[in-house]
Design a protein around this ligand. Structure first.
Ligand SMILES: *[C@@H]1O[C@H](CO)[C@@H](O)[C@H](O)[C@H]1NC(C)=O
Ligand SMILES: *[C@@H]1O[C@H](CO)[C@@H](O)[C@H](O)[C@H]1NC(C)=O
Ligand SMILES: *[C@@H]1O[C@H](CO)[C@@H](O)[C@H](O)[C@H]1NC(C)=O
Length: 402
C-alpha cells in the first residue's frame, strides 16, 4: 500500500472511531426531566446530572436554547465515564442574595474528564447584589455566591461559554489539575465589586487561552499553590489586570511557581501584570513567573510588583513581607500608560526579589506630570533590549545570572 492510501485508511479509521464514540454518548436533555423555559429547573438539571454521571460511558447533559432559572446546585462526581455539560441556553441565577445560604451558585466537584461547552451563558444577576450594604468597594463580599466553581476537577475543558454579572467571582478554580479554559467570555461592568474573572488556587496545569474578560476586579488572579499555569491570548479590560496574589495573608500558603502569561492585551485596566504580597505576612514564595508579548493600552500601572500591598490599612506596612519572589521576567511589554508609574517593582526589605529581568520594555505616558518612570526598591533587575523609559537600574549581565 502506498503511503497516501495508508494515511487515507488511518483517516477513515479515525473518523469511524470518532463517530462511534459520538454514537455511544448518551444525551440527558433537561427537558426530559421537566425543564421548561423561564421556570426554575434546579431539580430537573440535578436529576439529569445524576443519571448522566451514573451512566457507564460517555454522557452529555444538554440545556437547550431557552432561558432557565437555577438556584444553588452542586454537580458532583466521581462519574462513571467522561461527562459533558452542554449549555445552549441562558441559565439565570436568583437575583436576591437572600436565596443563597452559602457562597456558591453552581459548582462542579470531584470530576475527571468533564467538558463544559456550548454557546450559552451563566447569568449571575449580580446587579441586585452589588449595591447591597456591607458589600462596598472597601470590604470583601464574603457571603455573596461565586458563579461557577471548579473543585477537584481533573483532565477537563471549559469552552465557549459566557459568564455574565457574577455576584462575586465569576469562576473559582480550587484543587484542580489539567483544566483548560478555552474561548470563554466573561462580562461584568467596570464598577462591579469583587467580580474577579477567573481565580485559581492550589491547582496544577491550568490553561486560560483565547478568552475575553471584562469585569470589575482582576481579570485573572492566581492564589497560593498555583503551579504550571499558562495564560495565553487573553484580552482583559475593563478590570484590574492579571494578578498573582495577594500572597502571604494566611499561614501555610503553598508556593506559586511556573506561571507564563503570553500574548495578552490589557485595555483600560487598573494594572497590567502584577505580583502583590502583604507586608507583615506569613512566609511563602513566588518563582518562575514570566510575562511575554503583552500589549497595554491606557493602563494605570502596566508593570507592578508590590510587596507592600495593604488595602484599607488592615496591616502593618512597615514590617516587610516574608514572601520570596524570584526568577521573574517581563519581556516585550508595550503600549500606553494612564499614569507615569509605568514600571514599579517594590520588593521586600528583608527578602529582596532575585533574578528579575526587564527586557524590551516600551511604555509611553503623555500626561503633564510626566515623563514616565521606572522605579525599583530592594531589587537589582537584569536589563536587556529596549528600555523606554530608561530602566530603574542599569546592570550588565554576568554569568551568575543564569
Ligand atoms: C489533560 O486533559 C485533556 C482533556 O481531557 C486530555 O486530553 C489530556 O490527555 C490530559 N493530559 C494529561 C497529561 O493527562
Ligand atoms: C513573542 O513574540 C515574538 C515575536 O513575535 C515571538 O518570536 C516569540 O516566540 C513570542 N513569545 C512567545 C513565548 O510566544
Ligand atoms: C531560579 O533560576 C535558577 C537558574 O535557572 C535556578 O537554579 C533556581 O533553582 C530558580 N529558583 C527558583 C526558586 O525557582
Amino acid at each position: 500500500m502506498s503511503v497516501e492510501s495508508n494515511v487515507a485508511t488511518i483517516s477513515v479509521l479515525l473518523l469511524l472511531l470518532a463517530s462511534t464514540a459520538n454514537a455511544l454518548t448518551r444525551v440527558f436533555d433537561v427537558r426530559n426531566y421537566g425543564a421548561k423555559p423561564n421556570i426554575d429547573i434546579t431539580q430537573a438539571v440535578t436529576r439529569a446530572w445524576k443519571d448522566a454521571c451514573a451512566y457507564p460511558g460517555s454522557s452529555k447533559v444538554v440545556v437547550p436554547a431557552a432561558t432557565y432559572r437555577v438556584g444553588t446546585v452542586i454537580f458532583l462526581g466521581p462519574c462513571k465515564g467522561p461527562i459533558e455539560f452542554n449549555v445552549l441556553g441562558s441559565i439565570h441565577s436568583p437575583g436576591d442574595p437572600k436565596y443563597f445560604t452559602g457562597d456558591t451558585w453552581i459548582s462542579f466537584a470531584h470530576i475527571d474528564h468533564l467538558t463544559v461547552s456550548g454557546t450559552g451563558d451563566f447569568d449571575g444577576q449580580g446587579g441586585t447584589a452589588w449595591g447591597r450594604s456591607g458589600c462596598s468597594k472597601t470590604s470583601y463580599c464574603i457571603h455573596l455566591p461565586i458563579s461557577l466553581r471548579f473543585d477537584y476537577v481533573t483532565n477537563s475543558i471549559v469552552q465557549d461559554i459566557t459568564s455574565y454579572n457574577s455576584k462575586q467571582f465569576h469562576i473559582n478554580v480550587l484543587g484542580c489539575q489539567n483544566l483548560t479554559f478555552n474561548h470563554v467570555t466573561i462580562t461584568a461592568p467596570a464598577n462591579s465589586p469583587n467580580t474577579d474573572g477567573i481565580h485559581i488556587g492550589r491547582s496544577t496545569k491550568i490553561n486560560v487561552i483565547n478568552s475575553k474578560i471584562s469585569t470589575g476586579d482582576d481579570c485573572i488572579s492566581l492564589g497560593d499553590g498555583s503551579r504550571d499555569i499558562l495564560i495565553q491570548g487573553v484580552n482583559c479590560g475593563p478590570g484590574h489586570g492579571i494578578s498573582i496574589g495577594s500572597l502571604g495573608k494566611y499561614q501555610n500558603e503553598q508556593p506559586v511557581s511556573g506561571v507564563r502569561v503570553i500574548s495578552c492585551n490589557l485595555m483600560n485596566t487598573m494594572n497590567g501584570v502584577r505580583i502583590k504580597t502583604w507586608p507583615d505576612s506569613y512566609p511563602g514564595s513566588a518563582s518562575d513567573i514570566h510575562f511575554e508579548n503583552i500589549t497595554v493600552t491606557n493602563v494605570d500601572f502596566p508593570i507592578l510588583i508590590d510587596q507592600g500591598y495593604c488595602p484599607w490599612n488592615t496591616c502593618k506596612p512597615e514590617i516587610p513581607s516574608k514572601i520570596k519572589i524570584s526568577n521573574v521576567s517581563f519581556k516585550n511589554i508595550r503600549g500606553t500608560s494612564r499614569t507615569k508609574n509605568v514600571v514599579v517593582i517594590v520588593c521586600s526589605k528583608s527578602l529582596p526579589c532575585q533574578n528579575v529581568e526587564l527586557r524590551d520594555i516600551d511604555l509611553k505616558y503623555n500626561g503633564k506630570d510626566g515623563p514616565a518612570t521606572s522605579r525599583c526598591v530592594n531589587v537589582n533587575p537584569i536589563i536587556g533590549g529596549t528600555q523606554n523609559p530608561p530602566a530603574c537600574t542599569i546592570r550588565t549581565l554576568n554569568k551568575n545570572d543564569y
